[in-house]
Design a binder for this molecule. Structure first.
Ligand SMILES: N[C@@H](CCC(=O)N[C@@H](CS)C(=O)NCC(=O)O)C(=O)O
Length: 304
C-alpha cells in the first residue's frame, strides 16, 4: 500500500519490551494481571457444584449482556416480535466475574464455560446449545426466520462465521490490550488496532454495497456482527472511538443506526444487563412485561 509508513531498518523497534524471555515451560504460578485476570485458568471443568435454575418457558437462556450475550437476547426478542411464541424465554443471569460459568450446572450445558448458553426445553428431551453463532443458527432454523433460504443464505452464513473468527481479535486482542491489560504495550496495541481497522474496512465496503450484511434483509448475520462492530463505531466499547476514528466508517454508522432503532434490539440489549443506566438494565427476564415493571430503576424505587 502506498500510504503505509516506512520502517527505519537501522534502528531497533521502539515498541517491543526488551526485558522478558519466556521460560522453557509455561507454568501457572501467578495471576496475569489486568481486568478479569481472576477468572482466567489454564484448565476447564467445574470449580463448584451448582444447579441451574429452570423457568416455565420453552427456552432457558443463561447469559450476560456482553456483546456475545446480546446477540441471543436480540434474536429471541426479534422472534417474539414476529409472533414466534415458541421463542418465549427465561433469561438467567450468569455473573462471569463471580465465576458462575464454572458452576457444575453451567458446565453441563457449556463445557467451554462461557456465556451465552441456551437450553431448548420445548421437546421431550432438553437440547443444549452453546456458542452464540450456533445458538443463532439453531433458533433461525428452528423457527424458519432471519436466515434466507435463497442465494442470500450463503452470504448470511459467510458473515455469521466471519464474525465468529474476527471478533476475538477485537475483544481478546484490541480490547484487552487497549483497555484491560495492566500496562500499555505498544506492539500489541499496534498489531490489534491495525487488524480491527482492517476488519472495519471490510464491513464498510460490504455495507457500501448492501443494506444489510446478507443483502436486502436483516438476518442473524447482522445480529451477530452489530453487538461488536455496531457498538464499536458508536464509540461505546473500550472508549476507543477517537483512537480508531470510527466516525469515518459512514456505511457502518448508517447500518448501526438502523439496527439500534429496532424495538427488539432495544429490548434485547437490556436483558441480563447489570451496568449502564438503571432504566436500561433488566438483570433477569421472565416475562414480556418485565421490560415495563422490573428494570433496575423500578427495583431500586421499590426498595427505597
Ligand atoms: N465464541 C463464544 C465466546 C463467548 C465468550 O467469550 N463469552 C465471554 C463473555 S463475552 C465469557 O463468558 N467469558 C467468561 C470467561 O472467559 O470465563 C461465543 O460466541 O459464544
Amino acid at each position: 500500500m502506498s500510504d503505509a509508513p516506512t520502517k527505519d531498518k537501522t534502528k531497533p523497534p521502539s515498541n517491543v519490551p526488551v526485558d522478558y524471555t519466556p521460560p522453557k515451560v509455561w507454568t501457572w504460578t501467578k495471576e496475569s494481571g489486568g481486568r478479569f485476570a481472576s477468572i482466567n485458568r489454564p484448565v476447564s471443568g467445574p470449580t463448584h457444584e451448582k444447579a441451574l435454575p429452570v423457568g416455565r418457558h420453552p427456552m432457558q437462556l443463561y447469559s450476560l449482556a456482553t456483546p456475545n450475550g446480546v446477540k441471543v437476547t436480540v434474536m429471541l426478542e426479534e422472534l417474539l416480535a414476529v409472533g414466534q411464541v415458541g421463542a418465549e424465554y427465561d433469561a438467567w443471569l450468569i455473573k462471569i466475574n463471580k465465576g458462575d460459568q464454572f458452576g457444575s450446572g453451567f458446565v453441563d450445558i457449556n463445557p467451554n464455560s462461557k456465556i451465552p448458553a441456551l437450553v431448548d426445553r420445548s421437546g421431550s428431551k432438553p437440547i443444549r446449545v452453546f456458542e452464540s453463532g450456533a445458538i443463532l443458527l439453531y433458533l433461525a432454523e428452528k423457527f424458519g426466520v432471519f436466515l434466507p433460504t435463497d442465494g442470500a443464505r450463503a452470504e448470511c452464513l459467510s458473515w455469521l462465521f466471519w464474525q465468529m473468527g474476527s471478533a476475538p481479535y477485537l475483544g481478546g486482542g484490541f480490547g484487552h490490550f487497549y483497555a484491560y491489560a495492566p500496562f500499555k504495550i505498544e506492539y500489541a496495541i499496534d498489531r490489534y488496532a491495525m487488524e480491527v481497522k482492517r476488519q472495519l474496512d471490510v464491513l464498510e465496503r460490504r455495507l457500501g454495497k448492501a443494506e444489510f450484511l446478507a443483502g436486502k434483509d436483516y438476518t442473524i448475520a447482522d445480529m451477530a456482527v452489530w453487538p461488536w462492530y455496531g457498538i464499536l463505531v458508536k464509540g461505546m466499547i473500550y472508549e476507543s472511538g477517537e483512537f480508531l476514528q470510527v466516525q469515518y466508517y459512514k456505511n457502518i454508522q448508517r447500518w448501526a443506526d438502523t439496527i439500534e432503532a429496532r424495538p427488539a434490539v432495544k429490548r434485547g440489549r437490556m436483558v441480563n444487563a447489570t451496568w449502564g443506566e438503571p432504566s436500561q438494565q433488566l438483570p433477569e427476564r421472565h416475562n414480556a412485561s418485565d421490560f415495563e415493571l422490573k428494570t433496575q430503576d423500578k427495583v431500586d424505587e421499590a426498595v427505597e
